[in-house]
Design a protein around this ligand. Structure first.
Ligand SMILES: C[S@@+](CC[C@H](N)C(=O)[O-])C[C@H]1O[C@@H](n2cnc3c(N)ncnc32)[C@H](O)[C@@H]1O
Length: 365
């Protein structure tokens, strides 16, 4: 044990602990009868240590290394993907820090919004704890997603968050880069790998289907992420937003009348045609029910008072991304219009609708 500890750089105590909890048990015997690490144990220990270094918890690691469907080569491939991802993220952070240092040197202060926008997972490490308050499965939309998954038995859920749309009757593997979101997954939820869409740590065609719900707009490179989904799964299902049609923005009163900053968040966003092309599929509309259970940006289109609630807004990334000034201005204007009756006058036609078409789309390939 001492030699293995010296070679790996972990303490003998750690190795004892792994032995005690059954994570890595030395199975060979020395001539003197002491327990020793056989070649297979060393291989397992290396996997455990690598996953540990990537930030996985011991219980999560036990599930990963005990998975009979994953052999040593598959583990090495997955670990390689995860490490490359970590390297890319570190490089992106260094670039962002350099940019901010340069700006500060010139006396320019970056806004909180700019600081948070480095990339999606970081944003969710900041705002993620507010998420479960109002974000949950909307059964009618879930039915549409699950229907689109067809007869897929194994499903990869990318940008899984707390797993609101994971089908209960299939074998799900989740991918989620934000540690805060991973930690909020309910007990008994599908196993979750710390990785990002742009570099999925799985071999080609590993899953019957890959799904992504309300996450693509957070990815650093949506097209690369969608191609990755296409690579690892035979079927792809993505719930997203059609930003190519300015008409949708005008259709949703919140963006149109109170939060014009929403449009700026979409300037670099690929067109629906580009997104659909990346997976080689088609797009179908998703109507938002008037009493939508999942509190995403458009969910309260017929319940405008909801947007005055801080808890509702904190679980919607748009509000953090537009920054506190725009948020306060929009909320004050909306409150005034609700009090004066101006909102009702302007949006009279909505009361008669049970579901609204606000540009949300299900891409299916
Ligand atoms: C609005 S939440 C949606 C979560 C979940 N799909 C749901 O519907 O409840 C967006 C999620 O995307 C994740 N995310 C951000 N960047 C990502 C990336 N590059 N790859 C995969 N997921 C990412 C965030 O950490 C966050 O959990």
């Amino acid at each position: 044990m001492g030699r293995v500890a010296a070679l790996t750089g972990v303490t003998v105590r750690t190795l004892h602990h792994y032995d005690e909890i059954g994570l890595v048990r030395p199975s060979a015997r020395t001539a003197a009868g002491y327990r020793a690490y056989a070649a297979a144990d060393v291989e397992r220990l290396r996997e455990v240590l690598a996953y540990r270094r990537l930030g996985f918890g011991l219980r999560e690691i036990a599930d990963l290394v005990d998975d009979p469907a994953t052999d040593a080569v598959a583990h090495l491939r997955r670990l390689r993907g995860l490490l490359l991802e970590q390297r890319d993220r570190a490089a992106a952070l260094v670039t962002a820090i350099d940019r901010e240092l340069g700006a500060r040197a010139m006396g320019i202060r970056t806004t909180p919004q700019e600081q948070l926008q480095v990339f999606g997972a970081q944003l969710y490490d900041v705002i993620g704890s507010a998420y479960p308050a109002t974000r949950r499965t909307e059964p009618r939309i879930a039915a549409q997603v699950w229907d689109a998954l067809g007869d897929a038995r194994t499903v990869l859920n990318v940008g899984a968050g707390t797993g609101s749309y994971e089908p209960p009757d299939r074998e799900v593997t989740a991918v989620e880069p934000s540690a805060v979101m991973r930690a909020q997954r309910p007990a008994g939820a599908a196993p979750c790998v710390a990785a990002a869409a742009e570099s999925l740590p799985f071999p080609d065609d590993s899953f019957d289907a890959a799904m992504a719900f309300s996450t693509v707009h957070h990815w650093r490179d949506p097209i690369a992420g969608l191609r990755e989904m296409r690579r690892v799964a035979r079927r792809v299902v993505v719930f997203t937003y059609d930003a190519s049609e300015a008409g949708w923005r005008d259709r949703f009163w919140l963006a149109r009348d109170y939060l014009p900053e929403f449009a700026a968040l979409l300037t670099d966003w690929p067109s629906l045609a580009d997104l659909t092309r990346a997976i080689g599929g088609r797009a179908e509309p998703v109507l938002i029910p008037w009493d939508c259970a999942d509190g995403f940006f458009e969910a309260y289109w017929r319940r405008p008072e909801a947007y005055l609630d801080e808890h509702v807004r904190r679980a919607i990334s748009v509000w953090t991304r537009v920054g506190p000034q725009a948020e306060q201005r929009a909320v004050t204007a909306l409150r005034d219009d609700l009090t004066s009756g101006r909102w009702s006058d302007r949006n009279r036609d909505l009361v008669a609708l049970d579901a609204a078409e606000l540009g949300l789309r299900l891409l299916v390939a």
